[in-house]
Design a protein around this ligand. Structure first.
Ligand code: FPP
Length: 243
């Protein structure tokens, strides 16, 4: 792959030498996508799961090292039972596929969140994918599942205190679900909503945010290119000044 990558109708080019190492995405808009077509919300989640597969494959092909997606928040249990059941089934399907292919493709998969509340079957699959992941160094997909940023911070604070560790950012980070994963340089929220919804509250301190109107099931490779190109045009100073 060359230094620059241009595709179809994308205005600009992705600079392959300045890719974000870690992209995080709030996969929003599945329900509205389905409603617009007169379909049940669950149909939006099914297409949304396909979109996730394709975007994860594309990130890996580009050379992005980590992709983190928000699949199910601690608040999403309030949704109708059939919708929750469908999302859990889609996750089971995806984890099963991952278990079958991770060793071949040297992919790592991590679930971030309070997995104790998941079904025994999902918990067992999570344990299996975690075990396989420890053997590899390649692309890592992180799925936030029963995840809340505030819960993550509270849990880390409790564990850090129990361990009697000095309260430094580095020590604290060891107790987050995201331990060992670099902070995302780019956080994307499609579907026109302009909020973070309890996603990666600790990790987003210096992330660049990108919002677009596309609903998640319609988010394609060109949409990701546009987000990366926009990110590459940002002036990141981390509180300092340009020399
Ligand atoms: C938000 O859209 C989406 C979710 C709460 C669920 C996301 C889950 C998946 C895409 C499927 C499973 C995931 C994987 C990784 C296999 P929304 O329902 O809030 O949309 P709306 O705002 O239009 O109602």
């Amino acid at each position: 792959m060359g230094l620059f990558r241009k595709r179809g109708n994308t205005a600009g080019q992705v600079d392959m030498s300045r890719l974000p190492r870690h992209i995080a995405i709030i996969m929003d808009g599945n329900g509205r996508w389905a409603k617009k077509r007169g379909l049940p919300r669950t149909a939006g989640h099914k297409v949304g799961a396909e979109t996730f597969r394709d975007i994860a494959t594309y990130c890996r092909e580009l050379g992005v090292e980590y992709l983190t997606v928000y699949a199910f928040s601690t608040e999403n249990w309030k949704r109708p039972k059939d919708e929750v059941d469908t999302i859990m089934e889609l996750l089971e399907q995806y984890l099963q596929e991952a278990i079958n292919t991770m060793e071949r493709d040297h992919i790592r998969l991590k679930i971030l969140g309070d997995t104790a509340a998941l079904s025994p079957k999902l918990q067992q699959m999570v344990a299996q994918t975690n075990a396989i992941s420890t053997h590899y160094q390649g692309f890592q997909a992180n799925i936030c599942l029963n995840y809340g940023g505030r819960s993550e911070i509270l849990r880390a604070a409790r564990l850090c205190a129990e361990a009697g560790e000095e309260w430094t950012e580095e020590n604290f980070g060891k107790y987050l679900w995201s331990a060992g994963i670099p902070d995302p340089e780019l956080i994307i929220r499609p579907s026109g909503e302009l909020r973070l919804s309890n996603f990666l509250l600790w990790q987003c301190a210096y992330s660049e945010f990108y919002f677009c109107d596309t609903l998640w099931p319609d988010f394609d490779r060109a949409a990701l290119d546009r987000a990366i190109i926009d990110y590459q045009g940002r002036d990141r100073r981390f509180g300092g000044v340009k020399s």
